[in-house]
Design a protein around this ligand. Sequence first.
Ligand SMILES: Nc1nc2c(c(=O)[nH]1)N[C@H]1C(S)=C(S)[C@@H](COP(=O)(O)O)O[C@H]1N2
Ligand SMILES: [Mo]
Length: 319
Amino acid sequence: MLIRKPPDIRSYEITSETNYVNRRQFLRTSALAGGSLLAGSALSAIVPDSPMAELPGVIAGGYSTTEAPNSVEDIVTYNNYYEFGTGKSDPVNNSQDFKPRPWTIEVAGHADITGTFDIEDFIKPHILEERIYRMRCVEAWSMVIPWVGIPLVDVIKRFKPTSAAKFVRFETLHDPARMPGQRRGSLQWPYREGLTIAEATNPLPLLVVGLYGHALPNQNGAPIRLVVPWKYGFKGIKGIVKMSFESRQPVSSWQMAASHEYGFYANVNPNVAHPRWSQARERRIGAGFFAEKQATLMFNGYGEQVAHLYAGLDLRRNF
Ligand SMILES: Nc1nc2c(c(=O)[nH]1)N[C@H]1C(S)=C(S)[C@@H](COP(=O)(O)O)O[C@H]1N2
Ligand SMILES: [Mo]
């Protein structure tokens, strides 16, 4: 299912040559996938419910990179989503029967407005934006992804956090019957993540409901996930059911698993190695087997927008 198209909003319009090419590629890949490429109900893997599940009323947002986006195939078949298994192709293979509707999001904690909201009502007040962001996984691979979503800052403003709200905490659905990976202890469930309120109200973080102009595939975190482009990919929590305003720093699932390897901040930083590997370079998925790794950029290239958030903070200790 997707966000219904109100009759008074015009369809997603192609805003640039790149998007036009990408859209054709999307449709081609969808068709191809429907034939043979992916296991199971492959077309719905990419476009849930219908090949026309384009999101309505999407505008071109700011902050997009001019780098070439990855192919749809890369983006929807090479994933991390431990709720559906720990292998890179487990999410696409194991999430096709998952139904991301009905879906509610609970808003809790230090805010004037709290409660449980249907996903449609949660998203409805906002305009959907396309933003083409780099994504850098802590495992030293990267992609460029044309997301569709709503700026987290706008959502936060709507719920009016009080002055006691210093952090925002997120939780993924916990339902082992629907998420087979949760029957194993690869992480402590539910998956949880958090940001400082200053980070969360920076213009960059996006609550994502789609990619390439279409509803978000299950394996990418349907129906709604977070994307924080200057941080390692694991901060981008998928399948969000809860958002709460906290006075104390939340502990993320990856900190719970290995706090000496995965910190709360998890800012992309080529100068601070993971205990088991360097973070200086990254492998761009889809660049080809013989392609050279490319240099990783401080804050994944988003320093102009976010470096001020960390003025005076020792990034070696606060990794
Ligand atoms: N709930 C949940 N969210 C998650 C993960 C996960 O295992 N569970 N993996 C994270 C990691 S490590 C990365 S790199 C990104 C991958 O997003 P993508 O598969 O859409 O590229 O999702 C993040 N969000
Ligand atoms: Mo990751």
